[in-house]
Design a protein around this ligand. Structure first.
Ligand SMILES: Cc1cc2nc3c(=O)[nH]c(=O)nc-3n(C[C@H](O)[C@H](O)[C@H](O)COP(=O)(O)OP(=O)(O)OC[C@H]3O[C@@H](n4cnc5c(N)ncnc54)[C@H](O)[C@@H]3O)c2cc1C
Length: 505
């Protein structure tokens, strides 16, 4: 007898937690399954959310399109600004600055990758910095913004962008979309978890006595990891020996002047400070290592380094860098902080949420919960986390001239072998060794390797096939096109106001 697929489909998904992760999951599932699945989300206002997380990376466009967000409406609802990348202040050494842009360096020319052309041109005497080959970097420096457009030969096609937004407003916006598509929200605290005999979860019970049954449970309970850790016992791999910062203090400040289309990350004695411009305020925080700094000192340093008046009391947060190697166990899938955490240096947490959601959609199980799907999910998630981890460590480790204990410790610490190999290969041959699934691609690694002061001693020999004078002229021409294009593009606030339909502020 043919098996009726409908009989084995999952019918009820239960999400525990209504932070960014919970509502992103609810919005994505409700948009994708169109009421074929009942989605129930349990959250507790009393417990609240982590309440930070304002900077994103360009993969956010995939998610917003999946959910069907209109960009102008989303920008208005979340008080968002555009983001062209991150400015790193004092990371290589005190007083130094560099920019990690979204998008590409140079131009799309056939043959060897553009950065090898640049490395060769420099060997042949061209004095053009990497930053001069990135339109996004130039726009950020001039406080201008444009979206990528045009055919591959246009310099505008090399741009990439993301957003800064108010994470609480984003979650609220997504909640509206999810509820409009049938997702149900239950207010209350989890009291106990009911298990099937085989160990899978059958239902969540709230303190008020509701029973929320399902076949699949998504754990979006944040650092508490109540289902994946508490119930299913998935272990946590601690990476604090590589990423020792374990606290943050955050405070919003009044907006001053024009909004900037980039995040700023400034080195401080025991960590670094973020500055994230929104339409109505600026988000600030000091991420630090509690071994070297007290919470009070961190708050005082943050408050002394704001560019506008503080709008609230500083909020303190604690975390441990690390991951779960099995974020999917049985019928529980962890998405968000419950699955692991990497500090916000490259704004990767919201990306990891959406990448978890994408994997869950691709591998969405039937009620029999084929273990091969969980295994695949866990392998892919680990690869995501490992690649990002190496990239973050690079920022810390490649520093010179900082003599505070944190900065000496991270400079001298043993590195993951994968990062040692990547750095060595770049120094030796200018090559970037990346796995096919890695989030950060050539342009990002190049920006940070170069920005942190690692010099490539050679380039891909393929570039020797280029005529040296022609190559030098082509690379110089790209820098000239970038310099000419930037002043013709709108200021960031103008570009934003044109889409919002009203002035920024
Ligand atoms: C200092 C810092 C800065 C950050 N900056 C960025 C950034 O710039 N960009 C970025 O992408 N990410 C950033 N992040 C990460 C980002 O904040 C999170 O990834 C994101 O907010 C998702 O959190 P979450 O939804 O997993 O958890 P939470 O926001 O903690 O939500 C957990 C939910 O679970 C519910 N819950 C918990 N226990 C119970 C219970 N017993 N009963 C019922 N409900 C319960 C809570 O009520 C809440 O709704 C940052 C994180 C930190 C710590």
């Amino acid at each position: 007898m043919p098996i009726n697929a409908n009989d084995r489909r999952i019918r009820r998904v239960v999400i525990l937690g209504g932070g960014t992760a919970g509502w992103m999951t609810a919005a994505a599932l409700s948009a994708s399954f169109e009421r074929r699945i009942a989605i129930t989300l349990l959250e507790s206002e009393e417990i609240g959310t982590v309440g930070v997380g304002e900077a994103t990376i360009p993969t956010i466009h995939w998610f917003n399109e999946l959910v069907g967000l209109d960009e102008a409406e989303f920008l208005r609802a979340t008080k968002a600004t555009f983001k062209l990348g991150i400015e790193f202040v004092g990371w290589r050494r005190p007083g130094h600055r560099y920019f990690h842009p979204f998008g590409q360096y140079g131009a799309a020319l056939p043959g060897v990758a553009f950065h090898h052309r640049w490395l060769k041109a420099r060997r042949d005497g061209l004095d053009v910095a990497l930053a001069d080959l990135s339109l996004a970097t130039r726009l950020a420096a001039e406080n201008r913004f444009a979206k990528p457009q045009g055919e591959a030969r246009s310099i505008l096609s090399t741009l990439g962008y993301a957003y800064h937004f108010d994470a609480a407003l984003y979650a609220r916006h997504l909640r509206g979309h999810a509820e409009a598509r049938g997702a149900t929200r239950v207010e209350g605290k989890l009291a106990r978890v009911e298990r099937h005999e085989g160990g899978r979860i059958a239902a969540l019970h709230t303190e008020r006595g509701e029973r929320i049954a399902g076949e699949l449970f998504v754990d979006c309970s944040g650092f508490r990891a109540l289902l994946i850790g508490g119930e299913m016992g998935a272990g946590f791999e601690d990476w604090s020996h590589w990423l020792p910062c374990d606290r943050a203090v955050a405070v919003p400040s009044a907006r001053v002047g024009e909004t900037t289309p980039y995040t700023r990350s400034t080195v401080r004695p025991a960590g670094w400070q973020w500055r994230i411009p929104l339409q109505h305020r600026t988000g600030n925080g000091y991420v630090y290592c509690s071994r070297y700094l007290s919470d009070d000192e961190a708050a005082a340093t943050l408050l002394a380094n704001l560019d506008g008046e503080a709008l609230a009391e500083p909020r303190h947060l604690r975390f441990v860098a690390g991951t779960r190697r099995t974020p999917w166990v049985g019928n529980v899938v962890a998405i968000g902080l419950s699955s692991g955490f990497l500090e916000p240096l490259e704004s990767t947490s919201i990306h990891l949420i959406q990448s978890g959601i994408a994997k869950l959609l691709t591998l969405f199980p039937d009620a029999d919960l084929d273990p091969a799907l969980a295994e695949r999910f866990n392998t892919l998630f680990s690869a995501d986390m490992d690649g990002i981890k190496d990239f973050l460590i690079l920022h810390y480790h490649a520093n010179a001239g900082h003599e505070e204990p944190l900065w000496r410790a991270v400079r001298d610490m043993p590195l993951p072998e994968t990062l040692v190999a990547r750095e060595a290969q770049y120094r030796r041959s200018g090559r970037l060794i990346l796995g096919p699934e890695e989030l950060f691609r050539d342009a990002s690694w190049l920006a940070v390797l170069n920005g942190q002061g690692l010099e490539a001693e050679d380039y891909n020999p393929l570039a020797d096939a280029l005529d040296p004078a022609t190559n030098v002229a082509q690379v110089r021409q790209v820098a000239e096109v970038v310099a000419r294009a930037a002043p013709t593009l709108p200021r960031h606030d103008e570009a934003l106001a044109a889409i919002l339909g009203h002035p920024v502020g």
